[in-house]
Structures are given as C-alpha cells and as structure tokens.
Design a protein around this ligand. Sequence first.
Ligand code: DX5
Ligand code: ZN
Length: 229
Amino acid sequence: MTHLRPQPLLAPSILSADFTRLAEALAFLGSAPRCVAHVDVMDGHFVPNITIGMPVVAALRKETRLILDCHLMISDPARYALEVVKAGADWVSIHQEADPHAHRTLAAIREAGAKAGIVLNPGTPVETLTDLVGSFDFVLLMSVNPGFGGQKFIPQVLSKLERLEALRAKAAEPFLIEVDGGVGPGNAEALVRAGADVLVAGNAVFNAPDPAAAIAGLLAAMDRGKITN
Ligand code: DX5
Ligand code: ZN
C-alpha cells in the first residue's frame, strides 16, 4: 500500500535554546516556516539527564500556538503521559524500551486528544513495531543515545530507517516517521529520501551562527530529499 507523505517538517529542539529565553525561542520558531517545537522531557532515570517537566510544558503552551512535540525520555511514561497532554502537548511520544504496555499508553494518549508516538533507541529493532502498527501516529527513531543534545549521528540508523519505510509501505494504516539526534545539513536530505517526514534538530538550529538561515538550509535540504524519493 502506498501512503501519501506530507511535506517534511522540521522540529527544532528547544533543549539547545537559551533556557532563560524560551519565549523568544518559541516566537522565533513561530516566525519560521514548517516548524514544530520539539520538547525533550528527561527524568534522570531512563536517561542520565534531567530537563523539562510539566510546569514548563504548560508555560510553553501559554506562549505559542506551535505544535508542541513532547518526547518523553522517562521511565514508566504511562504515569505521566496524560498530564503532558493536559499541560498542552499536541504530540506525545514514549519510548518502547520504557513501557511494557505501550499499546495501552498509546491508546490513552490518543483518547486524550494528542498524536501518539513510539520511540526506538538506536539498539531497538524496527521489527518490534510490527504488531503495534495502527496504534501510533508516528515513530521517532533515535539516531543518538538519548539524553543530550549535540551528539554525533549514528550512521546505522539510515538503514534502519529504510527498514521502517519498508514496514510502513506494507502497513494498513499510515504513520509519520521522525528522526532525532545529530541531524544537520549533512544528513537531512538523505534522511528524508530514506523516509523521514519530521527531523529534529537542536544543535544545528540553536547553536548555528544564524538560526533562521540554518532552518532555511535544513528545509531546502529536506525538500531535495523529498523531490528525489
Ligand atoms: C536527545 C534529544 C534530542 C536532542 C537533539 O536525547 O532527544 O531531541 O535535543 O539534539 P541534537 O539535534 O543537537 O542532536
Ligand atoms: Zn528528542
């Protein structure tokens, strides 16, 4: 089955923004084309870092109409997923490795009115998703080990993405594919060509000398990947 793919989106991760100026970062993303705001929630348990929690998600919600793409890098995500939706997240993704009942948690996220995503760490095979197809709206493939911004892209994820694209081609229900970690101008085109619809980029946007030009450059690279696939 062939599913129509939308124009690819960029999801700048505010993890790399200035935390004393998050409202400015959101206003900047709101003025840029085809961006959603990627929000990295970490608990210091599932990953070795602590970042943003519910009060900050709620504050971000008050500040912007952008899609808030909340990536939960937390143990026992079922315990907090609905609170994240209530705080204003539009997309909520949970790690496959963190939840033995992902099917139930994904259904609860959808029931609460958000798009539900399932995240795979670099070492988790895409084949573990086969029997979950239909219960999520998007898959987020980690292309670094989660926990920190500014890491190097793990190149094996490209062939993994191709396998996920093959799985999607056979799936009865469509889903989006998001890639997160070490994304930049050198790999954005290839990632979209291999099947990605949404690319997360923290360092490549917020630590660029000219973040607006960085977004424009990434979107142009993504469009080249889209045209040739
Ligand atoms: C890593 C986070 C990423 C991170 C990406 O654990 O999930 O979203 O912010 O940052 P870059 O693009 O700098 O690798
Ligand atoms: Zn992330």
